[in-house]
Design a binder for this molecule. Structure first.
Ligand code: TAP
Length: 481
């Protein structure tokens, strides 16, 4: 049964947009030489002009970060650094609504998700790492692990504020300073975060934010003053960065793409599994590196699961991301919409059978309906390549061994899901799935204390938890690593 809901739009009035934004260097906003526009993907309206940082701007940001590292931050006792992180976490909570509305405007994701997932998790990352700042000597990396220096961080557009928190919180807790480049299409919450750094009285230069496109990212990564690079983004760019860092001696962590299998066994409760499948692939329009984009369903229940899934997909509400009833928001950019459309076209051309939820798409903005493909073979591009959109490829299996074979038949290895009532089967599967995270009877659960990262072409290094600290510490010579 489909319920009709009246629109319940969140007000934009809490956000004060400036016409133009400078770069955040040395604790102040500074002008750059050229600018680009950031737009709302739901309406195509221009939100603001943002500075395109060139190599000379990156130079200034790295110099500011170096000075802050040497004069202030690396020498500050952990308990003092922790106080700043706590303050930032509290300010994120205080300004949560503003951050959520701005994230939704700039990214296109439903306000329900930015309000209930992105922003609370971003605050949680700062709280969690604030707690570590004075306990690093007890983290198992030896009695006095040292920071690395200036960290260059480049993040994507799918979880702009949350990826910033994943990067900045552990770096600062460990005593490093930061130059961060947000994605070109979603710079606004990073710039609001810069204001939060000012509000928290964070010493100038500890956090520097340089906006721009891929060339700015390249300049950050290649800068000789950077000691460590932390990158989240596509595997293609990740490989380029790995090549650039290989000859430089810089430390590197890469969080890249995925093509996760969500495996449903015949004893799984179908309705719960369907909720998990929907959350796995349609959360954040499928713009999720660990999305459950390949559904592997046991053949004997495939008919029931698919019927229930189509029914559920038919109830998803697509539209205005600021409406609190919206389940599926806008695709982040024209380029991403084109990429999704091209891959969906290849699925049809290669013989898979497409079904899209019957929902009207708004006239303006970038939209794609929740879609699933059946009759998919493992050779199809839609079963192999990351679509990064609301598109699910369905495959079947008969035995657990076949499920493992198919799940692992991918160059990626970021996440996986298992749905069954048998605990022994969950453990059997988890020990065989080549994925950094395996969820059992749930999907897309995140916690700052839980390490996250990939195998194979999904990257290396972990973010979050005790493991994530290691990426920001010099632990050479430590006996207990
Ligand atoms: P990319 O095109 O790789 O962009 C990521 C970031 O790198 C952006 O800030 C981008 O700038 C910048 N960049 C582009 N070319 C660069 C270069 N040559 N050198 C340095 N920086 C460069 O990825 P995307 O399309 O934004 O994000 C989607 C990808 O991220 C997906 O593959 C997804 O799976 C992955 N992702 C992974 C994770 C984890 S935790 N594994 C989490 C989220 C997303 P511009 O924005 O200006 O292009």
């Amino acid at each position: 049964m489909r319920f009709e809901y009246s629109p319940a739009p969140e007000s934009r009035s809490i956000v004060t947009l400036r016409d133009s934004y400078g770069l955040f260097i040395g604790g102040s906003f500074v002008a750059g030489s050229s600018a680009f526009k950031t737009i709302s993907p739901a309406t195509e309206e221009v939100l603001a002009e943002v500075t395109q940082a060139g190599p000379e701007d990156v130079d200034k940001a790295v110099a500011a970060a170096r000075q802050a590292y040497e004069r202030t931050w690396s020498a500050m006792p952990g308990r003092e650094r922790g106080k700043y992180l706590f303050r930032i976490a509290r300010l994120i909570q205080e300004r949560a609504r503003e951050l959520a509305v701005l994230e939704t405007m700039d990214n296109g994701k439903p306000i329900r998700e930015s309000r209930d997932v992105d922003v609370p998790l971003a605050a949680a990352h700062f709280f969690y790492h604030a707690g570590w700042a004075d306990k690093l000597g007890y983290a198992g990396f030896g009695p006095s692990p040292r920071p690395l220096g200036v960290v260059g961080q480049v993040i994507p557009w799918n979880f702009p504020l949350l990826m910033l928190a994943w990067k900045i919180a552990p770096a600062l807790a460990c005593g490093n300073t930061v130059v961060l480049k947000p994605a070109e299409t979603t710079p606004l919450t990073a710039l609001l975060f810069a204001e939060i750094c000012q509000q928290a009285d964070l010493p100038p230069g500890v956090v520097n934010i340089v906006t721009g496109d891929g060339a700015t990212g390249q300049a950050v990564v290649a800068h000789p003053g950077i000691d460590k690079v932390a990158f989240t983004g596509s595997t293609v760019v990740g490989k380029e960065i790995a090549r650039a860092c290989a000859v430089s001696g810089k430390r590197l962590t890469l969080e890249l793409g995925g093509k996760a299998a969500n495996v449903v066994f015949d004893d799984a409760p179908v309705d719960q599994a369907v909720e998990g499948i929907v959350n796995g692939i349609f959360f954040n329009q499928g713009h999720v590196c660990c999305a459950g984009s390949r559904l592997l369903v046991q053949e004997s229940i495939a008919g029931d699961v698919l019927a229930a899934l189509r029914r559920r997909m038919g109830t998803l509400r697509l539209g205005d991301p600021l409406d609190k009833n919206t389940d599926v928001g806008a695709i982040n950019s024209r380029a991403q919409l084109d990429k999704i459309s091209e891959l969906v076209g290849s699925g049809e051309a290669e013989g898979a059978s497409r079904w899209s939820a019957p929902c009207a798409l708004p006239d303006r903005g970038y939209w794609f309906p929740p879609t699933l493909f059946t009759e998919v073979s493992q050779a199809h591009r839609i079963a192999r390549e990351e679509i990064f959109g609301p598109v699910l490829s369905v495959l079947t299996f008969r035995t657990p061994a076949e499920a493992v074979e198919k799940a692992n038949n991918t160059p990626y290895g970021l996440s996986a899901g298992v749905w069954t009532e048998k605990g022994s089967l969950i453990l059997w599967m988890a020990s065989r799935l080549r994925a950094g995270v395996v969820w059992a009877n749930t999907f897309n659960r995140f916690d700052p204390s839980s390490p996250f990262g990939g195998y194979k072409e999904s990257g290396f290094g972990r973010e979050g938890g005790r493991h994530g600290l290691e990426a920001y510490l010099d632990v050479t010579g430590s006996a207990d690593v």
